[in-house]
Design a protein around this ligand. Sequence first.
Ligand SMILES: [Ca+2]
Ligand SMILES: [Ca+2]
Length: 460
Amino acid sequence: MPLPPGFLCNGNDVAQAVAIQSDGKIIVVGYADTTTSSSDFALARLNTDGTLDPSFGSGGKVITATSASADTASAVSIQPDGKIVVAGQTIGTYERDFALVRYNTNGTPDSSFGTAGIVITPFSSGSNDIANAVAIQADGKIVAAGSTSGGFISGAIALARYNADGTLDNNFGTGGKVTTYIDSNNVAYSVALQPDGKIVAAGSANGGPISSTGAVVRYNSDGSLDNNFGTGGKVATPVNSNFFFNAIIIQPDGKIVGSGTSAFTSTMFILVRYNADGTLDSSFGAGGKVNTPVSSGGNAASGIGLQPDGKIVVVGYAANSGSNNADFATVRYLGISFALLTEANSNQAIALDAVTMQRTPFSLFNPNYFTADHRTRISLFASTLGLPPGNNSTVITAQAEDVQHRIYPLIVEYAGQVPNFYWLNQVIIKLPDEFQAAGDVSISINYQGVTSNKVIVRIQ
Ligand SMILES: [Ca+2]
Ligand SMILES: [Ca+2]
């Protein structure tokens, strides 16, 4: 989003993060140099057409001084109630502290959060504490992640969790704070929340002066390290020299995808995907890693997002060889790939009548000795859904579309692993009354927001 220079004030104004409201308006956060306060948190809200939204702050802009010294915002997350949580760093007396500001939807600081909307968190006496990422839990608690260091040499990944009123959450770590060492110098640049309440932070671990590895740490909801992930909750993945993760997402199937770059010799977009236990996902790229040269000169990934269909979008910059002139760059990757199985070289479903075990075509009614309604149940088969054992029918939805493009929700009666075939899932759907002589219908399933391919089932 190109913002005209000096659009907030007369100094440098730098946008560092963006979030989209549920109404489509765009929140941009960063910092603005000011003559009276060094630099301050700066926000702008744009309408969906890119114009400044006059209903936000002053003419679409908000500036908040969290200290008279330099304070910069690096991350933003929007609560379900529309309030805007911004995280970054502020300079205290001598050193840096986590700084969070929560805003009402009109851009005024939220007086029900911290002190006049502002929360400052020092980690230890004299430490430099920098928040690079922020996420909001389903229970309204706020997780900020970054680093804490006593100087320039050694640092720890630092997380703080806050209650909805901005007080530190005593049910997290020690007094609301957690610090983690993987190597001698560690930073989190991104944080993501799993549906089960676990917290994943990603960034870099650095054992020496010039080389670093991508680092991922998973925490239980109470801030303790998750022993079911990597080694004692930690994974360090070397990719190339000076590699670090700058963004991370969690797929609906529990896999974790990080995008990153190498600090000095960036020549490609780099993605790493992990299984839910922290091992590298061998089904992704080469041994879990994907390297994509986008242009002949320097290029690096900086942000990552997940589409509703499971595809992964990575953004960054790319320049041509010999040019210092980099451009925005976007690459899309195939992400999770569960699929309803089809017969060879067709989109005809591999499907069986769940009672008679007959193949296509299916009649609407069949003898069914287990229920009173006698409507046909059809077994479909799906690959790599990653379902836990047992019947998962409540988390899978299915729908059909007939040749007139009418949509029918379908009842899923069973969804689960086929015994001894962990990669294969059986999904049993019940045909609705409306399917009398429907002919070919196109069926898809949806799992955790991701929709499968469409497969054809013939109803006679
Ligand atoms: Ca300031
Ligand atoms: Ca500090």
